[in-house]
Write a protein that binds this ligand. Structure first.
Ligand SMILES: *Cc1c(COP(=O)(O)O)cnc(C)c1O
Length: 398
């Protein structure tokens, strides 16, 4: 029998990174502001902005840091109310709280996308910013979101941590709103262990973000952008020191060239497994919205007709017995993607729609490097587990 595929290991880092890492280790030049110019972090910012077609990019320690700096760069008043989807990672409401703002949660539908009726109802005069988290790379209706936010003059930040390579009407996710933020944590499309990026076309936003990221004294002179803006902000903004190290940049840069392959293979793998799972009466993979071209490295699906949590737990156990770990978002204790565990944001009204979705939505990693036999193994394990719970073979004679 084929052994269960390992879905946790990342791909090896491209060979090209090794020489650069070795050079940095030799020289000890790990700080982005030591070299007079062309430090690995600066070159990464240049390449990333060019790849995304954005005017400006700022590399930082994590996507969480990028989200925090985005809110700070917008100069929102203390206590500002920020709309976020209720289905996201705890780091997102955490970044909002860290920026002295108050998250306001919006319902998310069975297809993992923002419920637009609830979004429209909650986008009232009390909302100062919108932070759209494209959770697991699922894109909500950005046309409607941008239109509603524009009509009210409310800025939109895109949390594209897990959406690098995703398109909406052919445009890159993270370039649609005022600011886009990405992650280079190991479970994302580009892996440096940790790291993040912020992009924008707004010269004042980038100037403010650069200074607050830790371009203390005149280190902003090493950012070859918006030089005329920095003088105005010098010494007027706090320095949060959340910079990226040259080592991380050296690991990230050569992976940018791998992105088209990872996106292509990840999507093909996802759609292949989705086709198989949708053949089961008990499993359903929601379709993307028509304008979206996905870049997935995992698959999410709903359990259909599972009336009790016990049945959903039994499905997890049956899949595990077949070698595949499935997470039902709402069923594991203290899950960081279940909004009821975000006690640090204070009281929020219950969100029955999102809650119901989280109790039946499953998550399985599906890295781009998997082979067809491995994908078949995963699909068979999941379908077999669902069948074992919902339609167990009857004992002979009964
Ligand atoms: C991973 C992730 C984050 C956090 O990224 P870090 O770089 O680990 O801070 C935020 N939002 C989403 C949707 C993510 O997937």
């Amino acid at each position: 029998m084929t052994p269960a595929p390992n879905v946790y290991d990342a791909e090896p880092i491209p060979e090209a990174a090794r020489a650069e890492v070795e050079r940095l280790l030799q020289s000890g030049d790990l700080f982005r502001y030591t070299a007079p110019e062309d430090a690995p972090v600066s070159l990464l910012e240049r390449d990333f902005a060019e790849m995304m077609g954005a005017k400006y990019a700022l590399a930082v320690a994590s996507c969480s840091a990028a989200l925090f700096l985005s809110l700070k760069a917008l100069d929102l008043p203390r206590g500002a109310r920020v709309l976020i989807p209720a289905f996201t990672f705890a780091a997102v409401p955490s970044a909002v709280v860290h920026a002295d703002c108050q998250p306001v949660l919006v319902e998310v539908a069975e297809n993992y996308r923002i419920d637009m009726a609830d979004f429209e109802a909650k986008l009232d005069d009390t909302i100062d910013a919108v932070l759209i988290s494209h959770m697991r790379g699922h894109t909500s209706d950005m046309d409607a979101i941008l239109k509603l936010a524009d009509a009210r003059g409310v800025p939109v930040i895109e949390d594209a941590a897990h959406s690098l390579g995703t398109l909406w009407h052919g445009e890159k996710i993270g370039t649609l709103g005022k600011i886009g933020c990405y992650s280079f944590q190991s479970y994302k499309m580009v892996n440096a262990g940790e790291g993040g990026m912020l992009i924008t076309d707004d010269p004042d936003l980038i100037a403010r973000a650069i200074i607050m990221s830790g371009a203390y004294e005149h280190n902003w002179k090493k950012h070859p952008v918006v030089q005329d803006r920095f003088g105005h902000w010098q010494n007027k903004l706090p320095l949060y020191n959340t910079r990226l190290s040259n080592l991380a940049a050296a690991v990230i840069r050569p992976q940018l060239a791998e992105l088209p392959r990872r996106v292509r293979d990840g999507l093909a793998n996802h759609d292949y497994v989705a086709g198989l799972l949708n053949g089961s009466a008990w499993l359903s993979v929601p379709d993307p919205l028509p304008p979206e071209t996905r870049a997935p490295d995992s698959i999410q699906f709903n359990l259909v007709g599972f009336d009790t949590d016990a049945q959903a737990r039994a499905f997890q156990d049956e899949a595990k017995a077949r070698g595949i770990s499935v997470q039902v978002f709402g069923l594991s204790q203290d899950n960081a993607r279940a909004f009821w565990n975000w006690q640090f944001i204070g009281d929020q009204p219950d969100l029955p729609q999102t809650r119901a979705m989280l109790m039946r939505a499953c998550d399985v990693r599906l890295p781009a490097r998997l082979t067809r036999p491995e994908l078949d193994f995963i699909a068979e394990a999941l379908i077999g587990a669902a069948t074992a719970v919902m339609d167990p073979p009857r004992a002979y004679g009964t």
